[in-house]
Ligand binder design. Structure first.
Ligand code: C2E
Ligand code: CA
Ligand code: CA
Length: 722
């Protein structure tokens, strides 16, 4: 018997469906005209019905929603709900949906088409489905891995750059600002080497956690691989707030880490730039932030804001490195100077700290605060450090036998395997008694492997030299170091001395506790950077045994010192102000002064948070309101408080804030959006934003007669008067 060709064998097709379903190749479903499920393969029911009622009878669109994360079947589909698609009676092809109700997320891909009866009436959907839950999870994980840093779980570079680009572009339209911070760990490589990579990874994880803690909801954080992190801070352009946040990050991250019984200490610094002030698009902003970060890597690393001045410093650093190589090779320009350290009670000279001076034939004096960090970064510190050690020992040998010399040792020198030999050679070559030599070491040497540090300490002690813990109180001080290492002396950092005399400051209490601990451990204490009478009174009152600072003397040349020694008088008189003045720094630079639509050039003579002294305008009446243009878009509204001839003291309406280094800056700057509104294309701040802002009024301003005479007009004033 032959089967009739083309006959639709019902039994045969349902068998096919069954075996298809059983093989797990897919499921089938059907709905009625209202979208209620009338059929669903058994396996599918089983998956859906854990907990929920029977699937058949429910609206398909109540069980599933379109999954926008994975929906790619049609450009429109993911904007639409499943109910909308089905009521429109369109065909559905591989639509990504997920189960909306069951606790465990279920992802399906469904395909279906509307069916009609002979009369053309819509009777529901017939379709197939497949379970893609596992595939989705894998896809999601792959996605996460490609966007996030596996170690810390923070966004990775790709994701962050993408987010930053999108944010900056959209913020531009709404005239919003966005700041960016680079947080960079210093010498992390050494932590890795000392503690091993696994421990290094642990430290990085902790760093990430602390960063998140400090940043909180204010921004997004990414790790750029290695030891650099980026923080995006939308809608923050107040540099006061940014500085506070940077401080907090530095504070938190630099606390010691304990990893597998070892301690690790991380030093870090932060570079900050703000869009659109320092850069409009992603590339510009990243560049500005990196320049600020490079500038933040000073000896006492903190944070830095981008400024156009720093841009020039990039080339300058390279030049310094080159010139320093020359200076080392030729020996020209490098010298050791010596700063007295006196007995706190008798003011008798006891010791001299050797401080390196570099007088470059072209550039003049370059501060060790600038070139020592460059020397450390480039490894040149080994050579100049050795030279400093030998030179200081040699010169100290010419002093009376009871005077000691204190020599600074960089952590990099200390880590160098040959350091003990270097010290031994310097002692031997100079012939100085080892007990007269003191090595000043900072806490950062404790970053290294404990066993190594202990071995070096022991070797140095057996040479007979003394050890001093330098800069105590900066960064990550821990009193526990003191009991572990054979120090003869602790140097209390000047940042602790400064401010200790202010009411409500707890530096004084910290000085007390350091001094009493030092006494208990039989160590001397030196208060560093004592500048005023009241600071001297305070630190002696707290029991410091020795004093160093400009109140007694700056560092002097060997010749000046030998002259002093020859005079036979080795007792120093404290000479200096009674107390610190309100943070006033002397300056000598030209700035703009705006008054009545006129922009004058004046000379800034000193600057404090609250005011400034300016020179160059004649007889400006007290009470006059002016705007000081401090450059880079920093306009400070000020009122003249004192005035005599060509000098005025002005007070700022809003106090300036720290720029993270030694300088001051304004909280806010002229917004590039404002310049844009004045008819220019949006760009980072130009060199002279004030001119850009008032460009259109320049012609008018020229017509008006300036109200104040300038110093350079002195002669024309005479003519006027005549
Ligand atoms: P430091 O070891 O903390 O040295 C003390 C610094 O404080 C010196 O700065 C000194 O001139 C300054 N100072 C002293 N008294 C006062 C004061 O009353 N007020 C203020 N504001 N400052 C005072 P200097 O000479 O600029 O050196 C800066 C840093 O450079 C030193 O800090 C030290 O870390 C490093 N350094 C200098 N010479 C050498 C060296 O030969 N080798 C190494 N490795 N580092 C050196
Ligand atoms: Ca020192
Ligand atoms: Ca010091």
């Amino acid at each position: 018997m032959r089967h009739p060709v083309g006959r639709n064998d019902h039994t045969c097709s349902s068998e096919l469906v069954e075996s298809f379903e059983e093989a797990g190749l897919g499921w089938f479903w059907a709905t009625d005209a209202q979208g209620r499920l009338t059929y669903l393969s058994e396996g599918a029911c089983g998956q859906l019905e854990c907990g929920a009622g029977p699937a058949v009878g429910q609206q398909l669109s109540e069980i599933f929603v379109v999954d926008p994360e994975f929906e790619r079947s049609g450009s429109e589909a993911h904007h639409r709900t499943l109910a909308f698609l089905m009521s429109s009676r369109v065909s559905i092809t591989q639509l990504a949906v997920k189960c909306a109700s069951v606790t465990k997320e279920i992802s399906w891909e469904i395909t279906g088409r509307p069916t009609f009866d002979r009369g053309g009436r819509f009777i529901g959907y017939r379709g197939s489905a497949s379970d893609v839950t596992d595939a989705r999870a894998r896809e999601r994980e792959a996605q996460r891995l490609s966007q996030f840093d596996a170690l810390t779980g923070l966004a990775n570079r790709d994701r962050f750059y993408e987010r930053l680009g999108v944010t900056l572009t959209s913020f531009r339209n709404f005239k919003r600002s966005c700041s960016l911070m680079v947080v960079g760990l210093h010498r992390f490589k050494q932590v890795n080497e000392a503690l091993g990579h696994q421990a290094g990874d642990e430290v990085l994880k902790h760093v990430a956690t602390r960063l998140k803690q400090a940043v909180g909801g204010a921004g997004e954080i990414a790790r750029l691989g290695g030891d650099e992190f980026l923080v995006m801070l939308p809608d923050i352009d107040d540099r006061g707030r940014l500085g506070d946040l940077a401080e907090e990050i530095i504070q938190l991250v630099s606390q010691p880490y304990s990893i597998e019984g070892a301690r690790a200490i991380i030093n870090l610094s932060v570079g900050i730039a703000t869009a659109p002030y320092d850069g409009v698009d992603r590339a510009e902003l990243l560049k500005a932030t990196n320049i600020a970060f490079n500038a933040s890597k000073g000896a006492r690393a903190r944070y830095r804001f981008y400024s156009s001045e720093l841009q020039d410093q990039v080339g300058q650093r390279r030049q310094i490195e080159e010139d320093l190589r020359d200076a080392i090779a030729t020996g020209i320009g490098l010298a050791m100077h010596y700063q007295p350290i006196v007995d706190a009670r008798t003011h008798q000279l006891k010791c001299l700290e050797a401080l390196m001076r570099w007088d470059d034939p072209e550039r003049g004096e370059i501060s060790p605060g600038l070139f020592i960090p460059i020397a450390e970064e480039t490894g040149l510190i080994r050579q100049i450090g050795t030279w400093a050690l030998e030179e200081a020992c040699r010169q100290a040998q010419q002093w009376p036998g009871d005077l000691r010399v204190a020599i600074n040792v960089s952590a990099i020198q200390f880590m160098d395997g040959k350091f003990v030999d270097t010290v031994e050679t310097a002692l031997r070559k100079s012939g100085i008694a080892p007990a007269r030599v003191e090595l000043e070491i900072t806490e950062s040497v404790f970053m290294a492997d404990q066993a190594y540090t202990q071995r070096i300490f022991k070797a140095l002690k057996s040479l007979g030299v003394r050890l001093a813990l330098d800069d105590f109180g900066t960064g990550y001080s821990s009193l526990s170091y003191l009991s572990k290492a054979p120090f003869d002396k602790i140097k209390i950092d000047q940042s602790f001395v400064r401010g200790a005399t202010e009411p409500g400051n707890n530096n004084a209490a910290i000085i007390s506790s350091v001094v009493s601990l030092a006494l208990a451990l039989n160590m001397e204490t030196v208060a560093e950077g004592v500048e005023t009478q009241d600071e001297l009174e305070l630190v002696t009152g707290k029991g410091a045994s020795h004093i160093q600072g400009r109140l007694f003397s700056f560092a002097v040349s060997q010749q000046e010192l030998l002259d002093k020694i020859a005079s036979g008088d080795l007792v120093y008189e404290p000479e200096g102000p009674a107390r610190q003045r309100a943070d006033r720094r002397s300056e000598y630079r030209r700035v703009g002064l705006v008054h009545d639509d006129h922009r004058y050039i004046v000379v800034l003579r000193n600057l404090s948070k609250t005011g400034a002294l300016i020179e160059g305008l004649l007889d400006v009446p007290v009470g006059t309101e002016v705007v000081l243009d401090l450059g880079d878009g920093q306009l400070a509204v000020a009122t003249v408080q004192r005035s005599s001839e060509f000098r005025q003291g002005v007070e700022f309406e809003t106090p300036l804030i720290s720029d993270g280094a030694d300088g001051l800056c304004t909280r806010y700057r002229v917004s590039p959006y404002l310049i844009e509104a004045a008819g220019r294309p949006l760009a980072a701040l130009p060199d002279d934003p004030y001119a850009a802002l008032t460009g259109q009024d320049a012609a008018k301003a020229k017509l008006m007669r300036p109200k104040f005479f300038r110093e350079v007009d002195r002669d024309s004033r005479r003519t006027h008067a005549a």
